[in-house]
Design a protein around this ligand. Structure first.
Ligand code: ARG
Length: 448
């Protein structure tokens, strides 16, 4: 492909060190880009109708091979672009040499990545929608089950388990928005930028963009081949979604412990211990947590890769693909596996300690005009005195209430029931049954 000015062929070491086959995944996108490029060259009068026909026929054949998984790469193919051009030559002969007219692998690889990301973003969005619906179904399945909601991993307030599960659906909706939003910046064709400065030929980048169904073309050819911020952005969207999944994974691990005992996963989705016959391990959740960690590393790697590069394309950028694909795969796999894990889950959480109603007792005083700080102080004293004689809030008597504040009423004792606490919850978006119903409605409206 580039040997003309070289006195000797590439050293085996050079090949081994510089060739990275991870770009083979771009095969279909590479052909898509070339088909548009050929059509543009034809319209610009740079290829005859016969040449356009021959090149298009060859590229379509390669597309079919790629689709059927029968395209065969050779060790001598430096990258996916050279492989396609080599194969095109085998199929249509010498005219294949015209494919690269007005193009460089620099604008080519930039385009391929954008096309790949556009496709994958759609797939990830579809998966995230499915995952959000899985969380919604789990929330529905637990009905009005009440659990402790935690801050600092200390029981804090009583909440519907459904509300807790729907927190992950809310996060998934933002993850979806992130992928949808970055689509605008992906939708820019770099084709026509050439190596870095465009061409003396009458190329028509607008037409290429239109043919590719892309909303815009590049405005600066140097930026077009050098930019990878859309890759970082996509990687961030993946890494952040993985971080959300990882938090859920952590809770799955926690909830499946003997100590918590909130959740049981199906045997088919847990693994056994080679040593301890009684164990069922939540490996899917643990590996999700682990892969999120590695994905964060790849995201950092991608940003580091760009930070010291002089304009424009530098071979360093080849490394973007392995990292990007690894992150993308990690998210695709984790969404699939965590979705299945949640669908298999049986929830049987324990009731919270009655101390989670402490805020409700304080708010009973607030409703009678007591400043919140005084109410907080009174309930704090009540809890402390109960703990001192080995009791919890639900064991409090009217005397206990009167001892800390005479503005308490006997009926307030009913507030120390965690379920009652949730029933009385009124604030918009709060942890109430009404809010759960509202969230489920909104989710289904948005996701269909
Ligand atoms: N394999 C290269 C990459 O992935 C393609 C672009 C190569 N361009 C070049 N001038 N060597 O980045």
């Amino acid at each position: 492909m580039w040997g003309g000015g070289f006195a000797e062929g590439p050293d085996e070491l050079l090949w081994r060190f510089t060739v990275d086959h991870s770009d083979r995944r771009l095969l279909l996108d590479d052909v898509t880009g070339s088909l548009a490029h050929v059509a543009m060259l034809g319209a610009a009068g740079l290829l005859s109708p016969g040449e356009v026909e021959a090149l298009t026929r060859g590229l379509k054949a390669i597309e079919a091979e790629a689709g059927a998984g029968s395209f065969s790469f050779k060790d001598s193919d430096e990258d996916v672009h050279s492989a396609v051009e080599r194969r095109l030559g085998e199929l249509v002969g010498e005219v294949a040499g015209k494919l690269h007219t007005g193009r460089s692998r620099n604008d080519q690889v930039a385009l391929d990545l954008r096309l790949y990301l556009r496709r994958s973003a759609e797939e990830r969005v579809a998966q995230l929608r499915g995952f959000a619906l899985t969380m919604a179904a789990a929330a529905e399945s637990v009905g009005e089950t009440v659990v402790a909601g935690y801050t600092h991993l200390q029981q804090a307030q009583a909440v519907p388990l459904a509300h807790h599960l729907l927190a992950y659906a809310s996060a998934a909706l933002r993850d979806i928005e992130r992928f949808e939003d970055l689509g605008r910046r992906l939708d820019v064709s770099p084709l026509g930028a050439g190596a870095l400065g465009g061409s003396s030929l009458p190329l028509d980048p607008d037409r290429s963009a239109r043919l590719l169904g892309m909303a815009n073309r590049f405005v600066n050819s140097m930026d077009a081949v050098a930019a990878r911020d859309h890759v970082s952005e996509y990687a961030f969207a993946c890494a952040q979604a993985l971080v959300h999944l990882s938090r859920l994974a952590e809770e799955c691990v926690l909830w499946t412990t003997t100590e918590f005992g909130w959740i049981t996963f199906s045997d088919a989705l847990t693994t056994g211990s080679s040593a301890m016959p009684h164990k069922k391990n939540p490996d899917i959740a643990e590996l999700t947590r682990g892969r999120a960690a590695i994905a964060i590393g790849h995201l950092t790697g991608l940003m580091g890769l760009q930070k010291g590069l002089p304009m424009t394309y530098n071979r360093d950028l080849q490394e973007d693909k392995a990292a990007l694909f690894a992150i993308d795969d990690a998210l695709a796999g984790a969404l699939e596996a965590m979705g299945a894990l949640i669908r298999s889950a049986e929830f049987h959480p324990s009731l919270p300690d009655s101390s989670v109603t402490a805020l409700d007792l304080a708010e009973a005083l607030v409703e009678r005009g007591v400043p919140f700080r005084e109410a907080h102080e009174a309930v704090g004293a009540l809890v402390a005195s109960l703990i001192a004689d080995g009791r919890t809030l639900s064991a409090a008597t009217t005397e206990d209430l009167d001892a800390v504040d005479l503005r308490f009423e006997p009926a307030d004792l009913a507030l120390t029931e965690p379920v009652e606490s949730v029933r009385r919850r009124r604030s918009t978006g709060g942890a109430s049954f009404a809010s759960v119903r509202e969230q489920l409605r909104t989710l289904r409206d948005r996701l269909g």
